[in-house]
Ligand binder design. Sequence first.
Ligand code: DGY
Length: 323
Amino acid sequence: MPGEKKKLVLTAHWPGPVMAALDADYDLTAPEGDNRLTGEALFDALQGAWALAPVYYDKIDAEFIARLPASLKIIASFGVGVDHIDLGAARTKNLRVSNTPDVLTADTADLTIGLMIAAARGFHERETALRNGDWAGSAVGESLHHRVSGKTLGIIGMGRIGRAVARRARAFDMDVLYSSRSRKPELEASLGIIWCEGIDALLAEADFVSLHPALTEETRHLMNARRLGLMKQGAYLINTGRGALVDEAALVEALKAGHLGGAGLDVYEREPQLAPGLADMANVTLLPHIGSATTETRAAMGLRVKENLDAYRDTGEPGDAVV
Ligand code: DGY
């Protein structure tokens, strides 16, 4: 019955079928179309709310959390990354936090492979030329790019997405090196991947480097000027994880200097801003954080949030609890 539904606030409009499912079971407040619910309008909407379901780009910092009403019990985030939420502040306020792992793994891994191929084979440069009427495809010995198959991929961070990227890369006959907090002998055996003792060792060997650790204070600027300098001459950096894993200004310098072959990026340090110079580079493929942006996955993410909320409402324990 409507009066008994718990109040849930979304900061964005989610895919249609998810909105319908949420509306059936919750007292739902959400903006329409492309609008976003932010600032004071969000705090007004949150009065009396039981749950807030933000998106991975909404900044839920300590100041924001301190202002949340006492009725608010859970932050059920739409997305797997929780670096946008101050988890310590949530804990202090006895708030539960959940995320949506698993459902976006395949799409993000697909996009990672896509960016690797796009960067190495010069999709951006080729397509731009073609759209400008320049059919350069018949040049036999000039303007050539680089092969992906059979090369060495270094994966930093071997969680769900890192593993899915490794599986796909093996299908391209790539040698896959990995570095992560702990060694994973079972994956080495099942996927035929090779452990590197430390990131620096991996960078010295890899033709492509793909970043998949969670963003924390420890991993911020993991790829700094020194580490970019350790990458092989002509290697490619691929980032579908979080922008701040890379010192973007240092990346622009490394690209300008011709040390790197190129980069494929879906995430940026200061989204939606790009570091000066990045957009002017022909050997960089740039996407606007679309790792999970398919109809299938965005619906699955929304339904996963609903499952997490339902579990919390019905059992007192949210699904995919982070806090
Ligand atoms: C996430 O869920 O954290 C992703 O960045 C969304 O694509």
